[in-house]
Unconditional design. Structure first.
Ligand code: PNS
Length: 172
């Protein structure tokens, strides 16, 4: 499946990435080998109140993928499928960790297909060691003093530390 005008395989990997975990990184690296370009697309207006601002999440993702020429980090607002069309992409990548992800993902994939039958959702499995990992758990474990080493890129750890120090009004 290739973009109609360029003949290139362009994938969009959408999400909140609050924060980016090694599970996300694993999917993006796999995607960068499969597609000519993979666009990590951060949702601007998430319902949930994020821990990190959009600018912080973009900065983190750009830093992590600075050495990957075919990984782009961008933001989008409104319907994902409109963004996919604007970017002349034809694949939506979503990570599937466990059966529990399936129902929500199936609903989104089929709704997106109904809105644009030309765009195909492709599910990718992260490496086994990340199958239980989520941004929500990372934030909770870190906030309660547990270790998140090996679960997020170093820059995320540094950002989390800074965020919590600022919140607590402490500078270490
Ligand atoms: O990482 P998340 O929070 O599970 O990502 C969800 C996301 C951003 C993929 C989904 O909420 C989305 O696509 N939002 C944009 C609005 C939209 O297109 N809604 C209809 C989806 S079928």
């Amino acid at each position: 499946m290739t973009s109609a005008s360029t003949g290139r395989r362009i994938a969009v990997y959408p999400g909140s990435f609050d924060p980016l975990t090694n599970g996300h990184v694993d999917i993006i690296v796999r995607g960068s080998r499969l597609f000519d370009r993979i666009i990590v697309a951060l949702l601007v207006n998430a319902d949930k109140a994020p821990l990190f601002t959009l600018a912080e999440r973009v900065e983190i993702a750009r830093e992590v993928f600075a050495s990957y020429p075919n990984v782009e980090v961008d933001t989008f607002d409104g319907l994902l499928i409109d963004y996919v069309r604007r970017r002349e992409a034809n694949v939506i990548v979503r990570g599937l960790r466990a059966i529990s992800d399936f129902e929500y993902e199936l609903q989104m994939a089929l709704m997106n297909r109904r809105l644009n039958p030309e765009a195909e959702t492709v599910f990718m499995m992260p490496a086994e060691q990340y199958t239980y990992l989520s941004s929500r758990l990372v934030k909770e474990v870190f906030a309660l003093g547990g270790t998140i080493s090996g679960l997020v890129p170093d820059t995320v750890k540094a950002h989390l530390r800074r965020k919590h120090e600022t919140k607590a009004g402490v500078r270490i």
